[in-house]
Design a protein around this ligand. Structure first.
Ligand SMILES: NC(=O)C1=CN([C@@H]2O[C@H](COP(=O)(O)OP(=O)(O)OC[C@H]3O[C@@H](n4cnc5c(N)ncnc54)[C@H](O)[C@@H]3O)[C@@H](O)[C@H]2O)C=CC1
Ligand SMILES: O=C(CO)COP(=O)(O)O
Length: 375
């Protein structure tokens, strides 16, 4: 079996010419526009008929990317069979909770040699499966992949320079990483720059966990804490991602790449992130019902705080920042109290492999300062 990452690259045009994007939200629309800019024939399945009409007729998605001119010629439709007709590769870009149901809808309509890549970032509740794990279960034998990285849809759709990592399983038809390389060639433009990886697990773990860390950063930013703390959370968050990725069979190196550190840096420091923004609003005192003025917004880290920590617990791993977020969003703990617990946990080694642990000597002072006792 050829190994795309070590053998001579194949000659000729690797690109898939006919792409179907499933999901007419912000990221699906942005990727459809990238593929169109790259010269592909692009169809886009949308749930909403008005959105599909606006994209096809005006080149705009007013619901998710208002005011941004998309590449011309995207064929948007609400008819899944029509959208998938003739597709050589599929991008499945709906929220993580819908990936199983959407894969079930797609699989009977797309031949087995048509790979599916997802851009959803998360872990499934109950099964603990990554997105590609769900997809592989629902459509066995097919090449399945992921696209991940520091990518705000609003910037990508506006043709701002964006880099991603693409990885895939081997499937029955194409050798490992070949489909990832083909998808990279398919989506490359003068502004969109893909890299390929042979570590699908590492790529996906980064995307799933960074959203939880971004909520933590947002909450403490919203509560008035400074940049020092944010840098500490990002760095210690990266350590949590690394430990989980390695426990799942991923590589440390992947976690320091675009889909790990890159996405973590982006999401933990920008109000353009829904996860960071949700955290900021909660940290500034808004309730769960009040955030985003009550609008339903996809905040993957809110559900994934539970799925990530469930998975970590099942591997006997402790992810203290993710546990802190879980205790707030799922168990209703007060933010200051949860932070005080985290911040006054035992002093330990960095990395934690340094086997050192002593009780925090100023634990009760920290609780007094940050928890309910604070003035
Ligand atoms: N927006 C961004 O900047 C980026 C988002 N992502 C990831 O992409 C995934 C999708 O996010 P967005 O496109 O931003 O969300 P969005 O909220 O902009 O759009 C979600 C889309 O999925 C559809 N949808 C919602 N629930 C559905 C269901 N149960 N079944 C079928 N379709 C459903 C909606 O109609 C909408 O078209 C998420 O996992 C997110 O983390 C990844 C990279 C960048
Ligand atoms: O994944 C993203 C950027 O890479 C989008 O982040 P949010 O879901 O927090 O908006």
């Amino acid at each position: 079996m050829p190994d795309m990452l070590h053998d001579e690259p194949p000659e000729g045009d690797l690109s898939y010419q006919r792409i179907c994007v499933v999901g007419g939200g912000a990221w699906g629309t942005a990727l459809a526009s990238v593929a169109k800019h790259a010269g592909r024939d692009v169809s886009l399945w949308c749930r909403n008929a008005q959105t599909a009409q606006a994209i096809s007729e005006r080149g705009e998605n007013p619901s998710y990317l208002k005011g941004i001119s998309l590449a011309e010629g995207i064929r948007a439709t609400t008819d899944m069979a029509q959208a998938l007709q003739g597709a050589e590769a599929i991008l499945l870009i709906t929220p993580s909770v819908s990936i199983r149901e959407m894969t079930r809808a797609i699989a009977p309509l797309a031949p087995l040699d048509c790979p599916i890549f997802t851009g959803a970032k998360g872990i499934e509740a109950g099964s603990g499966l990554l997105m590609t794990g769900i997809m592989a279960e629902e459509t066995p034998g097919r090449t399945i992949g992921a696209i991940s990285g520091p990518t705000f849809a609003v910037e990508t759709a506006a043709d701002q320079p964006t880099a991603v990592t693409i990885a895939c399983t081997s499937g029955l038809v194409e050798p490992s990483a070949m489909a990832a390389a083909r998808m990279a060639a398919t989506l490359t433009t003068d502004s969109f720059r893909p890299y390929i990886s042979n570590d699908l697990v590492g790529v996906e773990i980064g995307g799933a966990v960074k959203n939880v860390i971004a909520i933590a950063c947002g909450m403490l930013h919203g509560a008035g804490y400074g940049e020092n703390l944010r840098a500490a959370l990002i760095t210690r968050g990266l350590a949590e991602i690394k430990e989980l990725a390695v426990a799942m069979g991923g590589l440390r190196e992947t976690v320091t790449g675009l889909s790990g550190m890159g996405d973590l840096m982006l999401t933990c420091s920008s109000p353009k992130s829904r996860n960071f923004s949700y955290g900021t609003q909660r940290g500034s005192g808004l309730s769960e019902e009040q955030v985003f003025d009550g609008r339903p917004v996809v905040v993957e880290g809110r559900t994934n705080a539970v799925t990530v920590t469930d998975l970590a617990r099942s591997k006997q791993l402790h992810m203290p920042i993710c546990e802190m977020v879980r205790s707030i969003v799922s168990d209703g703990r007060e933010i200051g109290e949860a932070f005080a617990d985290y911040w006054s946990s035992p002093i330990e080694g960095e990395p934690r492999a340094i086997n050192f642990k002593i009780p925090h000597p100023a634990s009760s002072a920290a609780h007094h300062r940050y928890g309910r006792g604070r003035e």
